[in-house]
Design a protein around this ligand. Structure first.
Ligand code: HEC
Length: 131
C-alpha cells in the first residue's frame, strides 16, 4: 500500500463522486422541468375579460318579404337557406338566375317542380337581377 497514492486516489475519488452527484442532480432537475407539470394549470380559470362586452349580431331577415310575389321563394328556397343568403348574392341576369335555380334542383336536390321555375326566376330577376 502506498499512502500518498491512496490519499491522491481518495481525493480524486471524492471529486469524481461529487461531480457524478452534481451531474445526476442536474439531470433530474432538467427532466423534472421539461416534464409536463400539472402545477401550470390554474385551479380556477381566469375570469373572461370580455365577459361584459356587448355583442350585437347583424339583424337577419330569415324569411322572404311578405307578398304574393315572394311566395314561390318562401315555398321552394327558404327550405334550405335563409332569404338573406339569396338576397346578398351578386345580382344575376335572367340566364344566371335560371342556371342558379337549376343548380339548386340538379346539384343540391331542391324539390322544385319544373312548372314553378319560371315564377321563381321572374321573382329573382325582378328583385335581385341586373337586367
Ligand atoms: C335542397 C336545398 C336547397 C334548396 C331548396 C335551395 N338551395 Fe340554394 N343552395 C343550396 C346549397 C347546399 C347551396 C350551397 C351552399 C354553400 O356553398 O355553402 C346553395 C347555394 C345557393 C346560392 C349561392 C350561390 C351558389 O350557387 O352556391 C344561391 C344564390 C341559392 N342557393 C339560391 C337558391 C334559390 C333562389 C332557391 C330557390 C329557387 C334555392 N337556392 C333553393 C341548397 C338549396
Amino acid at each position: 500500500m502506498n499512502p500518498p497514492l491512496l490519499r491522491f486516489e481518495s481525493a480524486f475519488a471524492r471529486v469524481l463522486v461529487a461531480a457524478l452527484a452534481f451531474g445526476l442532480a442536474g439531470m433530474f432537475l432538467w427532466a423534472a422541468d421539461s416534464a409536463p407539470s400539472t402545477a401550470a394549470v390554474p385551479e380556477k380559470p381566469k375570469a373572461n375579460p370580455h365577459r361584459d362586452d356587448v355583442w350585437v349580431l347583424p339583424v337577419g331577415e330569415p324569411v322572404p318579404p311578405e307578398g304574393e310575389a315572394a311566395e314561390p321563394l318562401r315555398r321552394h328556397c327558404a327550405l334550405c337557406h335563409s332569404f338573406d343568403y339569396i338576397a346578398t348574392q351578386p345580382r344575376l341576369s335572367r340566364t344566371g338566375w335560371a342556371a342558379s335555380v337549376e343548380k339548386m334542383r340538379s346539384k343540391y336536390g331542391a324539390p322544385i317542380p319544373t312548372n314553378q321555375v319560371p315564377a321563381l326566376v321572374n321573382y329573382l330577376v325582378t328583385n335581385h337581377g341586373k337586367e
